[in-house]
Design a protein around this ligand. Sequence first.
Ligand SMILES: Cc1cc2nc3c(=O)[nH]c(=O)nc-3n(C[C@H](O)[C@H](O)[C@H](O)COP(=O)(O)OP(=O)(O)OC[C@H]3O[C@@H](n4cnc5c(N)ncnc54)[C@H](O)[C@@H]3O)c2cc1C
Length: 356
Amino acid sequence: MEHSIQLLGHLRCPKYSSIRGTMLSVFVKRGSSSRNISSLLSRFQSTLVIAEHNNEKLLPVTLNALTAAKKLGGEVTVLVAGTKCGPIAEQVAKAPGIAKILVAENEAFKGFLPESLTPLVVASQKQFNFSHILAGATAFGKSLLPRIAAKLDVSPISDVIDIKAPDTFVRTIYAGNAVLTLKAKDPVKVVSVRGTSFEAAKLEGGSAKSENAPSGEYKTDLAEFVSQELSKSDRPELTSAKVVVSGGRGMKSGENFKLLYDLADKLNAAVGASRAAVDAGYVPNDLQVGQTGKIVAPELYIAVGISGAIQHLAGMKDSKTIVAINKDPEAPIFQVADHGLVADLFKAVPELTQKL
Ligand SMILES: Cc1cc2nc3c(=O)[nH]c(=O)nc-3n(C[C@H](O)[C@H](O)[C@H](O)COP(=O)(O)OP(=O)(O)OC[C@H]3O[C@@H](n4cnc5c(N)ncnc54)[C@H](O)[C@@H]3O)c2cc1C
């Protein structure tokens, strides 16, 4: 792989806007002839997108991955594997521009264990010889793709935020403080894509046909699915919500998060949290936003009692509008906020909720 790194300083920090405007790039400029080669190359691509679902609903990140696949050019195939996944194949078929859907129904795929899915993807790769294999950069994709890459003896390319050419990908490093452009030379590119960086493909207008994925003995002795407990919530899902209200250590207790739930109810928002709030046990860890939590990019992100550590910013700085409420005027969160309120959250949040 070849790398180039763009140092962005603090991505949204006004102080660094001049750096932002003149990103330092050492990547060799592609001439028009290399651009022609790359558009020619894109005609020969064939991409496999691995659908993420729960046998009932297709998860939104698959639609983002489909958009990324289309950006690569060439034919797009979707793999739908599960125990009873016919309805998922029907949903996927509605997306325009898909050549075919490979369906694999097997008890071995109960729980979507990567140990069972890896041989299925490798068998599909052997049969169809895809140039790219894509999935969302979610817990599912992050556990599956490295295994596939290892079996195919290639380097996985993770958490891609842009695609410049079929062999050239952009991803962030150092908790989002630098952008890396890499050129992959492997014959098969195994790529996880960040959902928030690609528009969701629409599920209308398409009529792709389904066929059976390669059959095989996919049951594994390496792992067994026993059970899962899923948290249930009437609120929008954190990574796809249009509005997110997040609380940090400044909330001081789990009970005080009620203030944020009340505000979120008025805004039809999801509730998130900083790692400090999660570590203190105020809220469960599936609410964590940041480098080691979820990446969100809603229309509106309201950070309440959150200082703005880089690891937190890594998960939310692409939000369209950022509002911060913090009693410390020096808190770094104000450097990325579009609107800041220096105030005691225990006064400001109930007032805001009441006014809405
Ligand atoms: C490898 C690594 C990975 C990490 N990953 C993540 C991650 O994914 N997500 C993440 O969030 N962090 C992550 N962290 C932790 C991160 O470095 C910070 O420690 C954390 O984000 C701080 O959380 P916080 O802002 O809630 O707490 P603090 O930094 O303690 O900030 C609390 C803020 O609340 C304000 N406040 C207090 N009382 C009030 C009040 N009454 N009214 C208004 N404001 C008030 C304070 O002024 C302060 O700014 C990671 C750290 C490491 C080392």
